[in-house]
Design a protein around this ligand. Sequence first.
Ligand code: IMP
Ligand code: MG
Length: 178
Amino acid sequence: MMAAPSHAKLLPLITKSEIKAQITKIAKEIHRDYLEKDLVLVMVLKGAICITADLMREIGLPLDLQVVQAKSYDGMERGKLNVLGIDTLNVTGRDVILVDDIYDTGYTLSAVAAQISEKKPASLKTCVHLQKKDVKGQKKVKIDYPLFTIPNSFVVGYGLDYNEQYRELPGIFFLEQP
Ligand code: IMP
Ligand code: MG
């Protein structure tokens, strides 16, 4: 059996109940904005899994859940961005909200959004769990439904990983550099 990961380097940043409260608030806004619309949530795997699962149950409207997968990190190092699943998205003429875990440089979200735009949705908005502040060269893409702004440090939990570890943590934690 594999040894359980040590959580010694984790410092709590956002609790489960703080996340739930923000989800409730944002879900109400989305409910109000998407009445009578053909809502599609496009979740960016894997990091947005927890936030999307919470959100879709709180919005209180019929919706279609679709997924793409973006991978741009290797540990804490940025690698080449890979977007999978764009080909099979069914978003043309529909009202899309792109849901992602974190906005760091903004490169991932803007690249995925640009690829979705090419499929001509009726509308495209973005919902992001965590937006890092003070990131050098951060793209200035508008986030329509932001949940939290956080300091520019590496975080894990609630879907976010470090080398595929810590996604299962029930809140957001700073991961100290090893
Ligand atoms: P961006 O393209 O720089 O905005 O980075 C966004 C992607 O990088 C996110 O979707 C995450 O997968 C990953 N990422 C960026 N910062 C963190 C972090 O602090 N913890 C875990 N993943 C991160
Ligand atoms: Mg991600």
